[in-house]
Design a protein around this ligand. Structure first.
Ligand code: ADP
Length: 495
């Protein structure tokens, strides 16, 4: 006995293994008969056949083929013939072959996947091993998903929503007819994601790229940009979507809706223009009132009339308040129209803090303001704008903490760069409000803060100013205990 014969499996063991294997059939390559040589128990069960009845018979004698579509390349006749002729393995990933259920006496829809492997004797194919796997559940799940997706798409189209489905793997992009119309094309036109991106206003393209990168991290896709229609007209759109990951957690699709917001944007632009114009018009008379108050104060420097001294100081305080407010409104409208520009300078932030504290103490000495500087903090930033942020933190700390309490300003270098924080022992802020404080016009709805005057734009402006500097801004607070507002600026670039 040769070594190979010693290690070869005895025929009986091989037969048992074959018969217990899932869905296997061995046929001879004697085309066109394809004699059945062996069948596993599982194969017999699937085909409701009995081993003794089928062994030795031609495959098509037992399982007559469907001659209705001679061009169907997935039929057993085509596949077996191809394997026998070419000696190559042939896979059929999915085909339908219904199975008779003896209990219900009816055929059930079944989907299969099969592989056909040739076995050669000499240089001729002698046998074909046909292995089948039942994939009905998988196919039905896929069909159900497609159906529900189509239903959703139909519902979205019926409600008039402009929707898109962007497959990031193969770069396929489905745009609903409504979306195509939103981009100024006839409903039956086809738009690719590149076409859509090319129509975004050149100044707004970065917003789309940032939103796309953000969606990779958060799953949320949102932006508002201007687009230019083929006829040259300008329109505003708002896109909201969700990025979907597959089983391997790779982001594969973005689904979402697009809204035309040209109308509301125009209203907003008109409102901003109005605020800008009104604030600008108010600035001139206010400057002259302030000058008169200062002249009066100088003239009455030796007066002993306490009422006059008091009235002038109050008038001056109120005029300053109004001037600050008007400057905030002007900044707001500049910001919304993208006209807020930084005038960068190199300066020591500690000096700026000291100056700001002095101004506050002169205006109203109601709190105990302590300053804890740590080293010289040189920054490259817009001095006036950073001063505005510090003033906002400080005036809020004064507004929202009891008279006589201590407010601490700290400046130091942290991992994020030069950092300034303002801590008060006031009313504090609930976690749910903390997240929204930096939004435009947001004010905390509580008995303790509603009596304090304000518009909810100070922190919004502060947030935007720090963002323009590519810095960080935030708050740490506990209700009833106090708050710390802080910001940091990027490390001063070495010269
Ligand atoms: P304003 O104070 O003019 O309303 P801000 O944008 O500066 O506007 O502040 C927004 C809101 O944040 C305030 O209305 C207040 O509810 C809350 N807030 C700000 N600073 C503090 C603070 N130091 N302590 C408690 N609440 C604060």
């Amino acid at each position: 006995m040769t070594r190979e014969q010693q290690h070869a499996l005895p025929d009986e063991i091989f037969k048992i293994i074959f018969e217990k294997s899932p869905g296997s059939l061995l046929v001879g390559a004697d085309a066109p008969r394809f004699t059945i040589m062996a069948a596993s128990d599982d194969y017999l069960k699937i085909t409701s056949s009995i081993r003794e009845d089928i062994l030795g018979k031609g495959f098509f004698e037992v399982f007559p083929d469907d001659a209705s579509d001679p061009d169907d390349l997935t039929t057993a006749r085509h596949v077996f013939t191809k394997v026998a002729e070419t000696g190559l393995k042939v896979d059929v990933p999915c085909y339908q072959c219904d199975v008779y259920n003896a209990d219900t006496k009816a055929y059930e829809v079944h989907f299969w996947s099969c592989s056909n492997i040739p076995f050669s004797c000499g240089n001729k194919v002698a046998y074909i091993l046909n292995t089948v796997v039942d994939i009905t559940a998988e196919v039905k799940a896929r069909q159900a998903a497609t159906e529900s997706e189509n239903r959703l798409r139909l519902a979205a189209e019926a409600t008039g929503f402009a929707t898109f489905d962007w497959d990031l793997k193969d770069e396929k992009n489905y745009c609903s007819p409504q979306l195509v119309e939103l981009f100024g094309y006839p409903a039956d036109a086809v738009l690719t994601s590149t076409d859509v991106f090319n129509m975004v206003h050149p100044d707004d393209k970065e917003i789309v790229i940032n939103a796309f990168n953000e969606a990779y991290k958060t799953g949320v896709y949102h932006y508002e940009v201007r687009i230019i229609w083929p006829d040259g007209s300008l329109h505003w759109i708002s896109t909201r979507g969700k990025q979907i990951s597959d089983e391997e957690k790779t982001n594969t699709r973005i689904l979402g809706t697009v809204l035309d917001i040209t109308e509301s944007k125009s209203d907003e632009i008109r409102k901003n223009d109005f605020i800008a114009m009104a604030s600008h018009e108010l600035k001139t008379p206010l400057t002259s009132i302030k000058s008169y108050i200062q002249i009066l104060a100088k003239k009455l420097v030796n007066t002993e009339d306490n009422f006059v001294i008091n009235a002038l100081s109050k008038a001056n305080f109120q005029v300053n308040k109004m001037t600050d407010l008007i400057h905030s409104f002007l900044d707001l409208s500049k910001l919304e129209s993208g006209k807020l520009q930084l005038k960068r300078d190199q300066f020591d932030i500690n000096e700026l803090i000291s100056d700001t504290i002095t101004e506050f103490i002169q205006a109203s000495n109601t709190h105990n303001i302590e300053f804890e500087p740590h080293g010289i903090l040189e920054v490259d930033a817009d001095r006036d704008k950073i001063g505005q942020v510090i003033s906002n933190f400080l005036s809020n700390a004064i507004k929202y903490s009891p008279r006589g309490s201590t407010i601490t300003i700290t400046s130091k270098t942290t991992d994020c760069g030069p950092t300034v924080s303002v801590t008060d022992l006031g009313v504090g802020i609930k976690p749910k409000d903390q997240k929204r404080l930096f939004q435009r016009f947001y004010r905390v709805d509580s008995d303790k803060t509603m009596t304090v005057s304000g518009f909810g734009i100070g922190l919004y402006l502060a947030g935007e100013i720090i963002q323009c500097h590519k810095g960080k801004i935030g708050v740490e607070s506990a209700e009833g205990e106090g708050s710390t507002f802080y910001f940091s600026l990027p490390v001063f670039p070495p010269l």
